[in-house]
Design a protein around this ligand. Structure first.
Ligand SMILES: Cc1ncc(COP(=O)(O)O)c(C=O)c1O
Length: 483
């Protein structure tokens, strides 16, 4: 790694002293060492990805390399050997039995996008730090917003995770509602809304009571009649409502709140509608599957997480808005240490984050690689797997199945009380892990469930059949599983 030789701080360059070169790419010729390093690292990564099926989804405890830097920097061979140790102990999302979480294997082009993003090291804070990428980001946000049905002129901003997208949505809603200094404002969301909503309110300095939980119906979707009554009651009591948060894809079962009805109620009450579509909003991008999330187009703001079902490498979340100018009203600071924007505005002025990477690159590259037909295929596959598993488990009898219109499915023995469900799910999860199938074990509605997320495109019928067989052999509840 060529010319960026290390010099003693505060002294003039010295021809006599031979310092090892600092590991930055040479600026005047392709850096052969860097290229060799990248090639070896990509070969290892490709091997890791390509051997996913032969390693368990959840590795056992692995040996860790030393964490502290030594006085002399390490060479490439040692770095790669240390990397191997970390990779050995990493969660293995590409295993066909990795069904526990909303974390699929990475889409190929998004890996490349991440690499190039790191190499470019641009900063979406300001246009002069990311000229082409700032424009790419604005254009792609506008395309995505319109694709899910938001009106012409809509757009948004990427964020480092759905939690941050939800927080930015609520801060923006509060600003737009003129409730910036109001400590009495409340947010209405279903009892199954994601925990990040409560977290957002805490960050916003609101008390826990500011989150009003609306009960869900048997299908896991918000009871809109209760919402209507509550909105009416709050209006009569003079309590300001900052926003209604509807969920398009709840975390445990993938339920979708009745968005069109909720949108009508919000419109009537003059309340901001935020849709937390971290799980489900990607279905709104599809011609064949948009019917699973009807009414997305009526939202003031929508959280979308391409890092989940689409397999865009982490992190990739977006906050899309019908009127994206609201973001600047909520977050712009004037960035006094930057040249003024010459185009559509600085990225750092339209959200909470200042410096942030060009996450747009891997999303753009990934979507272009997938194509619209690939997107349909990806969603078709996820839905087909959920339907197959649902049929298989329903045929066993004795299970309570919790699902929705998306690709998530949770289940527990119908007759189990809380304690029995805890024991059964713990034992059965272990038996599934022994069969190279990883499910998660959320506590839902007072009882533990096993949860499968069918977003892994490497999962096929053999895994689903094996899963049903293991569950079948764990039923009915055995006496030793009873407390
Ligand atoms: C419905 C929902 N909203 C928001 C989030 C938070 O997303 P993140 O983990 O990217 O912060 C999740 C995470 O699973 C989720 O399921």
């Amino acid at each position: 790694m060529g010319r960026c030789d290390r010099q003693p701080l505060g002294s003039a360059p010295s021809a006599q002293r031979a310092f090892p070169p600092l590991p930055f790419a040479a600026p005047d010729q392709p850096d052969a060492e860097l290229q060799a390093f990248l090639e070896q690292a990509s070969a290892r990564l490709c091997h890791w990805l390509g051997s996913a099926a032969s390693r368990p989804p959840l590795p056992g405890l692995s040996v860790m390399p030393p964490v502290e830097p030594q006085s002399r920097g390490l060479g490439v061979d040692q770095l790669l050997a240390d990397l191997d140790l970390v990779m050995d102990g990493a969660y293995n999302p590409g295993h066909p039995g990795a069904l526990a979480h909303l974390d699929p294997p990475p889409l190929a082009a998004s890996i490349v996008g991440d690499l190039i993003c790191a190499g470019l090291n641009n900063n979406l804070l300001a246009e002069e730090l990311s000229p082409s990428l700032s424009r790419l980001e604005r254009s792609l946000m506008a395309w995505l917003a319109e694709r899910i049905g938001l009106p012409a002129g809509s757009g948004g901003v990427p964020a480092s995770g759905g939690t941050l997208s939800n927080l930015m949505a609520l801060v923006t809603a509060r600003r737009e509602r003129g409730l910036g200094t109001c400590g009495e404002a409340v947010v209405l969301a279903s009892a199954d809304a994601h925990v990040s909503i409560g977290k957002a309110l805490a960050v916003m300095g609101l008390p826990p009571e500011a989150l009003r939980a609306i009960p869900v119906q048997a299908d896991g979707a918000m009871d809109s009649q209760v919402l209507a009554v509550e909105l009416d009651r709050l209006a009569r009591a003079g309590v300001p409502v900052l926003a209604v948060v509807a969920t398009a894809g709840t975390t445990v079962r993938g339920a979708v709140d009745p968005l069109p009805t909720i949108a009508d109620l919000c419109q009537h009450a003059g309340v901001w509608l935020h849709v937390d579509g971290a799980i489900g909003a990607v279905f709104g991008l599809s011609d064949r599957h948009a019917h699973r999330v009807p009414g997305l187009a009526r939202a003031d703001s929508v959280t979308v997480n391409p890092q989940k079902l689409l397999g865009i490498t982490k992190t990739s979340s977006l906050l899309l808005l019908a009127r994206p100018q609201a973001l600047e009203r909520a977050f712009a600071t004037g960035l006094p240490y930057m040249e003024p924007s010459w185009g559509g505005g600085h990225g750092g002025e339209s959200g909470l984050q200042g410096t942030r990477p060009a996450e747009v690159l891997k999303l753009w590259l990934g979507l272009r690689q997938l194509g619209l037909e690939g997107l349909e295929q990806l969603l078709d596959g996820a839905i087909a797997r959920r339907e197959q598993l649902e049929r298989g488990l329903a045929d066993l009898g004795g299970l309570e199945l919790r699902s929705g219109p998306l690709h998530l499915l949770a289940f527990t023995p119908a007759s189990a009380d809380g304690c029995q469900a805890e024991i059964w799910t713990r034992h059965t999860r272990q038996r599934l892990l022994d069969a190279q199938l990883m499910l998660s074990r959320p506590l839902y509605d007072g009882r533990h469930h096993l949860k499968a997320v069918l977003g892994n495109p490497c999962t096929g019928s053999p895994e689903l059949e094996r899963l049903v067989a293991v569950v079948a052999s764990s039923l009915p509840l055995q006496p030793h599983q009873l407390p």
